[in-house]
Design a protein around this ligand. Structure first.
Ligand code: G6P
Length: 368
């Protein structure tokens, strides 16, 4: 195994470093000569799309968090209503499925039993089944009508990193392809987003290569027993993934909430020294996030802000700020999750945890 780690201390940090390649491969294998997205031969015609009245994205764990971003992208660009469900709940919720439903399963391993069972249920009810899967030929892939592979390469660490960022890119590609086919996006906007997606590998690399501040922060904060991740809009999806990453490998109790919900309960838990990670990457919600940061700081929280380069206002309210390279609001999740992965990793290392194999967790959960 030491050889497979290629000099890295853990698979997780190796896989974090492999994200620029995974994102690059997932994207570039789908761009044709005209820089148009092609979904590996998946035929979603305008007639198909006009007929689809509902999309369900179903997954577990990290893949579910990618689904949350998928919902945002499909609704925003393709203008089709989307529900996202955790697979273990989906089957028992009497989902509204018929032959006009598109069911999208997201799974790294393609073997998660709950996801597979949900897929079978949707198929039985007549839905068209698409899957976003990393492992070629896995059960989810085999049982789907259409498969869209993430090109992350094998992921060994239990905590998912490169599978997540490649799932995000896949969701954007599917959403943009649908929008283009439907005609619900202008060509200028489509090209602008595709061009921005192409800058992602280099931007991720910048974050990963300059992680000294995150290591320092981890060394200062690793003793905390609780953490809260807050954000608004797309940042809530990333907050959920950041929080999961921290709790699964460092065993710090952690939760993610929409910042606007703080005042409805969670703020009661904010006290001196409480660790709050505040994502403030969405331009149109930036000011609202700054007041949420003030709210928790006034109660003594230690706030690590995550913002886009150039948005310096946050330095006045947060204790520390982690900057991500500038990008359009719609695509920030691909970047903002990376410092959260690194922070969790360094905190878990500082706590002496078994980073690649956290207790009680499995890479692939093949039981219900
Ligand atoms: C397990 C893993 C997670 C993963 C989840 C879903 O809990 O530890 O990292 O996100 O299963 O797995 P899948 O292979 O379906 O993406």
């Amino acid at each position: 195994q030491a050889a497979e780690k290629e000099g890295y201390e853990h698979f997780m940090i190796k896989e974090i470093n492999e994200q620029p390649k995974g994102v690059h491969d997932t994207l570039h294998r789908r761009l044709n000569k005209e820089e148009k997205i092609e979904l590996d031969g998946i035929k979603l015609t305008k007639e198909d799309l006009d007929r689809i009245n509902k999309v369900y994205i179903v997954a577990c764990g990290t893949a579910y968090h990618a689904g949350l971003v998928g919902k945002y992208a499909i609704e925003k660009f393709a203008k089709i209503p989307v529900d996202v469900a955790v697979a273990s709940e989906f089957r028992y919720s009497d989902p509204f499925i018929d032959e006009n439903t598109l069911f999208i399963a997201v799974s790294q391993s393609g073997e998660t039993l709950d996801t597979l069972a949900a897929l079978r249920e949707a198929k039985r009810k007549g839905a068209r089944i698409m899957s976003v899967v990393n492992v070629v030929g896995s059960s989810v892939a085999r049982e789907s009508d259409d498969v869209f592979y993430t090109w992350a390469g094998p992921e060994i660490a239990v905590a998912s990193t490169k599978a997540y960022t490649t799932q995000l890119v896949s969701m954007y590609l599917i959403a943009l392809n649908m929008a283009d086919t439907k005609g619900s996006i202008s060509q200028e906007r489509y090209t602008e987003i595709v061009n921005e997606l192409k800058t992602m590998p280099l931007k991720i690399e910048n974050i990963v290569k300059n992680d000294e501040d995150l290591q320092k922060l981890a060394d200062e904060q690793f003793n905390k027993e609780n953490a809260f991740y807050i954000g608004r809009g797309l940042d809530v999806c990333v907050a959920s993934e950041g929080s999961l990453k921290l709790k699964e490998i460092s065993y710090i109790h952690s939760e993610a909430i929409a910042a606007g919900e703080l005042k409805h309960g969670t703020i009661a838990l904010i006290e001196e020294g409480r660790l709050v990670i505040a994502l403030a990457t969405q331009d149109r919600l930036y000011d609202k996030m700054l007041s949420n940061i003030q709210e928790v700081r006034a109660r003594g929280a230690y706030v690590i802000g995550v913002a886009k380069e150039g948005n310096k206002e946050i330095e006045k309210t947060a204790d520390k700020v982690i900057y991500i390279p500038d990008t359009m609001d719609e695509l920030t999740p691909i970047l903002s999750v990376v410092p959260l992965q690194l922070l969790s990793y360094y905190i878990a290392v500082a706590r002496g945890c078994d980073v690649d194999k956290p207790k009680n967790l499995a890479k692939s959960v093949t039981v219900e």
